[in-house]
Design a protein around this ligand. Structure first.
Ligand code: CP
Length: 306
């Protein structure tokens, strides 16, 4: 693996290898992540052209735990505001001896463009591109599910909300199918969870009760207002009434169901605080696991260079 741009074509053994490598970095306490010298002497550049709290920070921590030198370009204060192109920016940072670029961009495909452009010894990891893909979120979600449910072979997983605009949902669906999850459900209003998702091997529901009935794992998604025109955007109150996850509605799932969310959460829109802060939520564990998973990805793509 030279780059990680998407989970689309990754076979099961590679996904499992990444998850197992992440496990090897975690200590006795699940939030304790070891520092290792695997990327000592390497330079990791974080290029976040779109805002981020979790992904950017955990990539930063992960690169430091791998002993790499880490540089996070402040895009808002960079020369992109003077008209410098994406590839010119990359060329200039490559001239500073970058070994790995971590790229988030609102345009689907931007990390691919960079991967095609850089020298063969330079690696690219996609940290979320448009609606397309968020492979490390998909991997940390699989790590979280495996941590709490051990294996995927009997699970019902429901992905609820604005699936249409969700790069996380696309990455999760690919990974769940490859890892052998027998039932992946997509749940939401038809405008945001269209029947087209059936071609990805999911069952599509526009009724929350049917969609989460007996689910083992519920992945809640926020309404991505920034990617919607007015016609698609439901009112927050109406949406919460119909698809917002409250403790009463959570009771439709299995009693030991876990509730996940990639963040940021919008309390009172897709999820009630009593669920987000409740005993079945594993949302902050997802964030913590993101460090080891991103370490594993960077160590695997960039760790074997001469
Ligand atoms: N899950 C996720 O990508 O969060 P951020 O946008 O904060 O990185």
């Amino acid at each position: 693996l030279i780059h990680l741009l998407s989970l689309d074509r990754l076979p099961r053994d590679i996904l499992t290898h990444i998850l197992d490598t992440a496990t090897s970095f975690v200590g006795m306490n699940e939030r304790e992540v070891k520092k290792v010298p695997l990327l000592r002497g390497k330079s990791v550049f974080n290029l976040f052209f779109e805002n981020s709290t979790r992904t950017r920070t955990t990539f930063d921590i992960a690169a430091k735990r791998l002993s790499a030198d880490v540089f996070t370009l402040d895009i808002g204060r960079s020369s992109t505001s003077k008209g410098e192109t994406l590839l010119d920016t990359v060329d200039n940072l490559s001239a500073m001896a970058a070994d790995l670029f971590v790229v988030r961009h609102s345009q689907s495909g931007a990390p691919y463009l960079i991967a095609q452009h850089v020298a063969p010894h330079v690696h690219v990891v996609n940290a979320g591109d448009g609606w397309h893909s968020h492979p490390t979120q998909g991997l940390l979600d699989m790590y979280t599910i495996r941590h709490y449910k051990q294996d995927f072979s009997n699970l019902v997983v429901a992905i609820v909300g604005d699936v249409l605009h969700s790069r996380v949902a696309r990455s999760d669906i690919h990974a769940l199918k490859v890892l052998g999850c027998p039932e992946v459900r997509v749940v939401g209003p038809r405008t945001l969870a269209p029947a087209g998702f059936e071609s990805m091997g999911t069952r599509v529901f526009d009724n929350l009760q049917e969609g989460i009935r007996d689910a083992d794992v519920i992945i809640m998604l926020r309404l991505q207002n920034e990617r919607m025109s007015g016609a698609l955007l439901p009112s927050r109150e109406e949406y919460f009434k119909t698809f917002g996850l409250t403790p009463e509605k959570l009771a439709w799932a299995r009693p030991d169901a876990i509730v996940m969310h990639p963040g940021p959460i919008n309390r009172g829109v897709e999820i009630d605080s009593a669920v987000a802060d409740g005993p079945q939520a594993v949302i902050l564990s997802q964030v913590a696991f993101g460090i080891a998973v991103r370490m594993a990805v960077m160590a695997i793509v960039a760790g074997n260079d001469a």
